[in-house]
Design a protein around this ligand. Structure first.
Ligand SMILES: Cc1cc2nc3c(=O)[nH]c(=O)nc-3n(C[C@H](O)[C@H](O)[C@H](O)COP(=O)(O)OP(=O)(O)OC[C@H]3O[C@@H](n4cnc5c(N)ncnc54)[C@H](O)[C@@H]3O)c2cc1C
Ligand code: SF4
Length: 332
């Protein structure tokens, strides 16, 4: 492990005074929360900050559900959010996305903020034995394009990076129009989660719109009629402790047998959590008839680009949408 200094500031203002940067690769100072992703990357020499600033004990860990919707403090753990009765009842897709993530041990330790800022599972990014990775070493190339790319994205890719975003939670939150409360030394701002993540384009090492010294303080999910009838479907290579090959977060507002409003986001296929508004529009006003669902889901493939090993994801994501809509639609 590269040597670093660990700072344990007494309060958040002191932490924000450090020019730390999350989600960008070359930062000399970085934050650490639960440490479940950061420590692994430090051990593998993937990240080599000179200073780590601990956020432990500095951020809100509350979980509040009210008429406005759901508010999650950035320090709330994955386990606590997943098990919260009001989250299970009113926002089941969030609880399911979390319970389908990682392991009980990791979920007990990992935080909401850290989950949204975990780094990609691209094996070339996580193994410094490979020199070509634009995300880890800007300008070095991309070993996954033309390499082993079964796990990689088919939507939102660029010629510089095709890494998939790994967070299941983010997919569920994007389907529900969540926003993140960002706090820095100069104040606070609110960013829709879908705009929080950047596409790789020419700078895949910059993953979010966070500026140096800013932290995620909280997540807000607006109240929505569709959230109660929601489902997270995750397709993975084994039943637990595994990231998504493809996932679909679906929330439906029904009018009898017809879909009044559908909200759908995909995981495992995008360089960021991928909302599919054209599929949602195609589903509005339709029934749960399989042929109709299949036709609407096909719209998700527009613009998708496989790179060989991951071509199967283009068909699989359509099937995941159909199945997730059927399951959500069958909920009482
Ligand atoms: C074996 C294993 C399996 C896993 N499987 C899954 C899975 O199936 N699905 C899934 O979604 N995830 C999975 N994960 C990832 C896991 O969810 C993340 O490691 C965890 O959520 C990170 O949270 P943390 O608090 O430990 O973050 P840390 O490791 O402490 O930090 C992660 C990143 O977030 C930044 N950060 C943390 N908090 C903040 C904040 N409030 N503001 C700004 N920056 C911040 C840090 O600087 C760092 O860059 C798995 C992890 C492991 C180890
Ligand atoms: S896909 Fe992105 S993270 Fe993976 S090797 Fe290419 S540049 Fe690196």
């Amino acid at each position: 492990m590269h040597p670093f200094t660990l700072e344990r500031p007494r309060d958040l203002s002191a932490a924000l005074a450090f020019p730390a940067h999350s989600g960008r690769h070359d930062a000399p100072t970085e934050y650490i929360a639960g440490g479940t992703d950061m420590v692994q990357l430090l051990q593998e020499h993937v990240r080599r900050p000179e200073r780590l600033v601990s956020l432990a004990g500095l951020l809100d860990n509350s979980i509040d559900v009210g008429p406005q919707g759901l508010r999650l403090g950035a320090a709330a753990t994955m386990a606590d959010v997943a098990a919260h009765p009001a989250v299970i009842e009113q926002f089941p897709v969030i609880s399911q996305a979390l319970l389908n993530s990682a392991s009980p041990q990791v979920r007990n330790q990992a935080t909401m903020g850290g989950n949204l800022l975990q780094r990609t599972r691209c094996p070339y990014f996580r193994d410094v034995g490979y020199s070509a990775c634009n995300k880890r070493a800007p300008g070095s190339g991309c070993a996954a394009i033309g390499g082993e790319n079964r796990w990689h994205a088919v939507l939102g890719t660029s010629e510089n990076c095709i890494a998939a975003n790994a967070s299941d939670l983010a997919v569920a939150l994007v389907a529900l129009d969540a926003t993140v409360e960002v706090r820095g030394a100069s104040g606070q701002r609110t960013v829709p989660l879908i705009d929080f993540y950047r596409l790789p384009d020419a700078t895949p090492q910059i993953e979010t719109v966070l500026e140096p010294g800013e932290v995620i303080a909280a997540i807000a999910v607006p109240a929505n009629a569709a959230a109660r009838r929601s489902h997270y479907l995750k397709v993975r290579d084994r039943a637990s402790f595994e990231f998504a090959v493809v996932s679909a977060a679906v929330a439906l507002e029904m009018d009898g047998a017809r879909i009044r409003q559908a909200r759908i986001a995909l995981g495992g296929v995008g360089t960021k959590p991928w909302r599919v508004p054209r599929v949602e529009a195609a589903l509005a006003g339709t029934t749960l008839d399989p042929t109709t669902l299949r036709r609407a889901a096909a719209v998700a493939a527009e613009g998708a680009q496989g790179r060989g090993h991951n071509d199967f994801k283009i068909e699989l994501m359509q099937r995941a949408i159909v199945r997730a809509v059927e399951i959500a639609g069958a909920r009482a």
